[in-house]
Design a protein around this ligand. Structure first.
Ligand code: GLY
Length: 367
């Protein structure tokens, strides 16, 4: 079990991580100080698999309501935020209430934006229930929703008061969601931590089996990296951009398919493959290191096909991405395992070529 601090412009908050950490949830919420009640925000499918545990944890902690909303990526939009906020108004939620987001990335992003904008800001607690949310999306204060034109185009930086990441919540996580999170774990190895990369390489079968020791080890390691990065650069003016490795193309794939074909980590899996190939094609990373990254991504499991997606459709979306500047895509490219460069401009011709070769490269890595 570990307590990891993150500093933000509005103060510090703690991430409590480890198996069984949820048991401390009640006292952590009480420790936030006086409130006029808490509201749990979650989704029907998350609630089905862990609602009982959450209810037991927060029982008697002034829980005034549980608000469930559909947490498919296609539902991460402003209309959902409005609906939740109107429910809060009708339930009498005032400025001193606390919102507890229980779920994966979509629940956290939507609930975070609800908290950031409801009555100009109410306190927020994250209880991430997916691997991806535990290692990435619940940390660092990014909240928001998608537009049909692009992913996460509306949002705010809004840090939580506390994050409770209990790895035992992952026991019942659907397997596809587990793999989705593992792509983000691979990301941390590539961008910042050679030792983590090697550990994941050695322990991939155990991680896929949800071995508690292996999972706890990687979760804490990833949280420490993210805490360090976002403490240094909360608003992504500089080094936080390394966390976007795989996201330039990944977000475009999600947008191009109406947020319906990929779960987030899968799109990032494809995006990391493309960025690695681009790194190799532009001489930034040597072929052997690039091949190791590609093999590790391939070992996470199957990815939904990209065969029907046209590079020309992606070009338009990439240019409108929020990481783009003056209509030009900015890439995060690996230079070796454990180090990436960010803000890189690459001729679209090269990116389109890498995209065209992705299916073949992945098939070869799996031979
Ligand atoms: N998921 C990328 C970031 O938090 O900056």
């Amino acid at each position: 079990m570990a307590k990891i601090q993150i500093r933000s412009s509005v103060g510090r908050y703690e991430v409590h991580c480890g198996e069984g950490m949820l048991a401390r949830g009640g006292s952590l919420v009480v420790g936030l100080g006086e409130s006029t009640g808490t509201f749990v925000l979650s989704s029907p499918r998350v609630w089905k698999w862990c609602g009982r545990r959450i209810s037991d944890t927060f029982r008697g902690k002034q829980v005034r309501g549980v608000i469930l909303f559909d947490d498919r990526e296609a539902n991460k939009r402003l209309a959902t935020v409005e609906k939740i906020q109107r429910t809060l108004v009708r339930a009498g939620a005032d400025r001193r209430c606390v919102l507890i987001a229980v779920g994966g990335g979509v629940v956290g992003d939507v609930a975070g934006f609800v908290a950031a904008s409801y009555l100009r800001g109410v306190r927020l607690v994250h209880v991430p229930t997916t691997l991806l949310a535990q290692v990435d999306s619940s940390l660092g204060g990014k909240t928001g929703v998608d537009l049909p034109e692009g992913k996460n185009l509306v949002g705010a930086f809004y840090p939580p008061q506390v994050v409770i990441a209990d790895s035992s919540l992952l026991e019942t996580l659907p397997h596809r969601e587990l793999r989705s999170g593992l792509y983000e774990v691979v990301k941390y190895g590539v961008i910042a931590d050679r030792e983590l990369f090697a550990y994941v390489q050695r322990h991939m079968p155990s991680l896929l089996r949800r071995d508690p020791k292996a999972l706890s080890w990687v979760i804490e390691r990833c949280i420490r990296i993210k805490a360090r990065v976002v403490t240094k650069d909360e608003h992504e003016d500089g080094p936080r951009q390394i966390l976007n490795f795989g996201h330039t193309l990944g977000h475009a794939l999600e947008t191009a398919t109406g947020y319906k074909r990929f779960v987030h980590g899968e799109a990032i899996g494809w995006g990391m493959l493309a960025a690695t190939m681009l790194g190799a094609a532009t001489g930034r990373i040597d072929e052997r290191e690039a091949a190791r990254i590609i093999r590790l991504i391939a070992s996470v499991g199957p990815l939904p096909s990209i065969a029907a997606i046209k590079a020309s459709d992606l070009a338009r979306i990439v240019a409108g991405d929020k990481k783009a500047l003056r209509g030009k895509a900015r890439w995060v490219l690996p230079v070796k395992i454990g180090k990436v460069v960010w803000g890189e401009e690459v001729p679209w011709k090269l990116a389109a070529r890498a995209f065209g070769e992705l299916l073949g490269i992945l098939a070869k890595a799996r031979e």
